[in-house]
Design a binder for this molecule. Structure first.
Ligand code: THU
Length: 141
């Protein structure tokens, strides 16, 4: 799910979502797009709020769109933002991605010009806690 055509489609979807971001407080617009194993793409953007902590990240929006459309698995995810730095997912979003992805799931980080770097989820969130840990505990392992 990480061939060149899929990467192009993820970038296009994330860029479109980013253009719709609501970020009047930070001025930092972010778009995210993910692909599920069946090839469906879901996108989201950051949505800020006058009560600052209530704002939500682009990745959270993309995951909500996936779940609302019946998806349950992230095959790859891409985040796009502006500026010189790398807009890697925040800590909370790494955990959100973890719920629906595996250690080898690619996390692509892009700027307006295109892909900047790719990571695996394991690189961004090593030794992570996830549903499998609860499953193992429930089964008495
Ligand atoms: N933001 C995201 O949407 N995703 C990220 O990966 C990093 C940060 C948003 C949150 C906030 O609206 C703005 O970027 C500045 O932190």
């Amino acid at each position: 799910m990480s061939d060149a055509a899929t990467l192009d489609a993820l970038f296009a979807a994330a860029r479109t979502a980013r253009a719709r971001a609501y970020a009047p407080y930070s001025g930092f617009t972010v778009g995210a797009a993910l692909v599920t194993p069946d090839g469906a793409i879901h996108a989201g953007c950051n949505v800020e709020n006058a009560a600052y902590p209530v704002g939500v990240c682009a990745e959270a929006g993309a995951i909500s769109a996936m779940i609302a459309n019946g998806g349950r698995r992230i095959a790859a995810i891409l985040v796009v933002a502006g500026g010189e730095g790398l807009c890697t997912p925040c800590g909370a979003c790494r955990q959100r991605i973890r719920e629906f992805a595996g250690p080898d799931t690619p996390v692509y980080v892009a700027g307006p010009e295109g892909l900047r770097r790719s990571f695996t989820l394991e690189e961004l969130l090593p030794a992570s806690f996830g549903p499998d840990v609860l499953d193992a505990a429930r089964s008495g392992a």
